[in-house]
Design a protein around this ligand. Structure first.
Ligand SMILES: [Zn+2]
Length: 46
């Protein structure tokens, strides 16, 4: 949970925890949006 990534470009986000800023997209990403959009790309260990 330490690494927060942009849902669009998957770059690491700065600031937070309420609102993050993506330097690559130059857009603000809200934590609430991350919960809706962000899909972890890491394989799930069964
Ligand atoms: Zn981005």
């Amino acid at each position: 949970m330490n690494s927060t990534r942009c849902p669009r470009c998957h770059s690491e986000l700065d600031e937070g925890p309420i609102m993050y800023r993506c330097a690559t997209c130059c857009r603000a990403v809200y934590a609430a949006d991350l919960e809706n959009e962000y899909v972890p790309r890491e394989p799930v260990a069964a």
